[in-house]
Design a protein around this ligand. Structure first.
Ligand SMILES: Cc1ncc(COP(=O)(O)O)c(C=O)c1O
Length: 370
């Protein structure tokens, strides 16, 4: 991996992603839909799309038609489900690129069917059922009737029925069991009526690991394939490996006199002559403007001093006298025995690891390790 030409970058271990897809498959004993929306949770949709397919993922899942088309353009040929809303105007694109779409609203489904008829080819779709997430989905009470109607449409091919859990990452909460039993009753009803489509699916990563009955025909796994924890209460087995590291460099070093303010607002003042380094990372890269960030330098954790700017910030070199311009600085990942995880940053920033990695800016080059 050639990092020399970059001031800041992400390193993505595709071997870890392949391992994680296979681990998910081994543990759940189900085909995997690799969820690669949001630029593969910041990891880069094109390279990750290819890697998950190489690892045996049966499907890719996205949330926007643009993401599905980007996958097709990069040569991914496996089935793709757009789990979000797709405007009817995009139906011809979806049909031409063989993308399966989510339907959950009878009026929109009528529009989809009409557009598919005009395009001269049926549209593949999955019905989303709301069992308690209260976000997308036809209510579970009306789902069987909708499924019957979908089966009758010559311009729509009902490939799947699915639901999504609100609290699978809290395995102690009873919510998931409640959602699951509603969904199971629906599946029994459509099976009895001969209306069960090929793919019934419900589990995300946490449910796939912690609720075996939720696995049905397919597990839709996002966070776990990146080697990140669904939550503290739903940790990954230790055979999973995080794939993403965030790195930058020291660009300038200086020794400031005592009483000197640093960065916007001078919110840090040196107490004595202090040696500091500027690093080429800022909030526009996804490194949050939060007081208290630490970074790794020569295997030691050192503090960020003062306000984080858009493109850079300043770190203390007081404990690392050997530091020099050009040295690598780790924001997420390992350096020697030291380590900063996306989970640690999430906890510090008052958010979840999903948001930390999805917040990685597009301007950061993604460098892939095979
Ligand atoms: C409908 C749906 N299924 C599956 C996933 C994957 O979830 P996770 O990343 O927790 O595995 C998501 C992600 O938000 C989703 O929206």
């Amino acid at each position: 991996m050639h990092t020399e030409a970059h001031s800041s970058w992400l390193e993505i271990d595709l071997g870890a992603i392949r391992n994680n897809v296979q681990e998910m498959q081994r543990i759940t004993r189900r085909p995997i839909m690799a969820v690669v929306k949001a630029n593969a949770y910041g990891h880069g949709i094109e390279a990750v799309g290819k890697a998950v397919v190489e690892a045996g993922a049966a499907w890719c899942g996205v949330a926007r038609i643009e993401e599905a088309l980007a996958l097709r353009h990069s040569g991914v040929t496996c089935p793709i489900l757009d789990m979000g809303y797709t405007p009817p105007q995009r139906i011809p694109d979806a049909i031409a690129a063989d993308i399966s779409l989510t339907v959950d609203d009878p009026e929109v489904a009528v529009q989809y069917a009409q557009t598919a008829r005009a395009a001269g080819k049926p549209l593949k779709c999955h019905l989303k059922v709301d069992t308690g997430m209260s976000r997308l989905g036809v209510s579970v009470q009306h789902a069987a009737e909708f499924i019957q109607w979908l089966h009758e449409q010559p311009d729509l091919v009902l490939e799947g029925v699915f639901t999504h859990f609100a609290r699978a990452d809290e395995p102690q909460a009873v919510t998931t069991e409640g959602q699951l039993s509603k969904f199971q009753r629906l599946v029994e009803e459509i099976e009895a009526a001969g209306l069960r489509p090929e793919w019934v699916h419900a589990a995300n990563s946490a449910a796939g690991l912690y609720f075996p009955e939720a696995r049905f025909d397919l597990v839709r796994s996002g966070i776990a394939i990146y080697g990140l924890q669904p939550s503290d209460q739903a940790p990954l087995p230790d055979t999973f490996r995080p794939a993403l590291s965030m790195k930058t460099r020291i660009t300038h070093i200086r020794t400031l006199p005592a009483g000197q303010g640093i960065s916007y607002g001078h919110r840090y003042q040196t107490r004595k002559p202090e040696r500091v380094g500027s690093i080429a990372i800022g909030y526009a890269d996804g490194f949050r403007r939060w007081d208290g960030n630490q970074v790794l330098l020569h295997g030691k954790s050192v503090p960020v001093l003062g306000t984080i700017c858009m493109d850079q910030c300043v770190i203390s070199l007081e404990d690392v006298p050997q530091a020099k311009a050009g040295d690598e600085v780790v924001l997420i990942g390992h350096q020697g025995a030291a380590h900063i995880s996306a989970e640690m940053l999430a906890q510090a920033w008052g958010t979840i690891n999903y948001e930390v990695v999805c917040g990685m800016a597009s301007r950061l080059p993604r460098l892939y390790n095979d």
